[in-house]
Design a protein around this ligand. Structure first.
Ligand code: AP5
Length: 211
């Protein structure tokens, strides 16, 4: 399975991606996590990406394609992959294809903007392994500490309300057109505000036809 997770910032791509990678036994490739690690380590890619990310803008396409070509060439991608947060626009979709990074299905996680704005204030992310939590809907066992690796949970720099609004605008103008681009490869899951992480997971599995 070569699956793309599509959806607005905060729609739950990372959260459902963690569930899907465990169920399907294929790696999840999150360009956001790769870029944040590069920023933390002040690598050349990180130094190039930081300003764009802080402003909620897309990082230049050539940086992303470089990351993707290197990551998908690794052995663990031989049986498929889950792409989280990439492609972000038609140019990236075309560049992926041109590099032999193909797509079987696109899971569109559809959440209303106002629900997303409310959600994002509660997100906490592990500073070591990037696992995602929420202070209400997915709290860690011990406040401020990652269940998986014991790392410190932090608020992401781009989760400030004004940056979230900018990221939503970028999503609607640049990423949403990919729904039409991928056509009948798209499987849409509409997530109501009342749907918990587990309930959303059930909707996702049903839509993708997996147990
Ligand atoms: P990226 O890291 O990809 O961020 P994003 O797409 O904006 O998505 P998020 O990670 O914010 O949200 P998510 O959908 O994964 O939601 P989550 O599961 O965490 O990108 C960040 C930046 O990097 C970009 O702005 C850009 O600058 C750059 N970038 C990355 N890729 C790029 C690319 N290809 N090209 C150019 N630039 C790129 O869930 C959100 C919260 O809600 C969590 O707290 C979670 O616990 C909670 N939650 C999830 N589901 C539910 C539910 N059903 N009910 C209640 N709470 C829920």
């Amino acid at each position: 399975m070569k699956l793309v997770l599509l959806g607005a910032p905060g729609a739950g791509k990372g959260t459902q991606g963690e569930m899907l990678t465990a169920k399907l036994g294929i790696p999840i490739i999150s360009t956001g996590n790769i870029l944040r690690e590069a920023v933390r380590n002040a690598t050349p890619v990180g130094l190039k990406a930081k300003d764009f990310m802080d402003k909620g803008l897309l990082v230049p396409d050539d940086v992303i394609i470089g990351i993707m070509a290197e990551r998908t060439a690794r052995d663990d991608c031989a049986n498929g992959y889950i792409l989280d947060g990439v492609p972000r626009n038609a140019a990236q979709a075309e560049m992926l294809e041109a590099n032999g990074i193909t797509v079987d299905k696109v899971l569109l996680i559809d959440v209303a903007d106002d629900v997303i704005e409310r959600r994002m204030t509660g997100r906490r992310t592990c500073s070591k392994c990037s696992a995602v939590y929420h202070i209400i809907s997915k709290p860690p066992r011990v406040e401020g500490i990652c269940d998986l690796c014991g790392g410190e949970l932090v608020v992401r720099a781009d989760d400030k309300p004004e940056t979230v609004r900018d990221r939503l605008a970028v999503y609607h103008s640049q990423t949403e057109p990919l729904i039409e681009y991928y056509g009948d490869k798209v499987v849409k899951v509409s997530v109501p505000e009342t749907s918990s992480v587990a309930e959303t997971g059930e909707l996702v599995c049903k839509a993708l036809g997996i147990d």
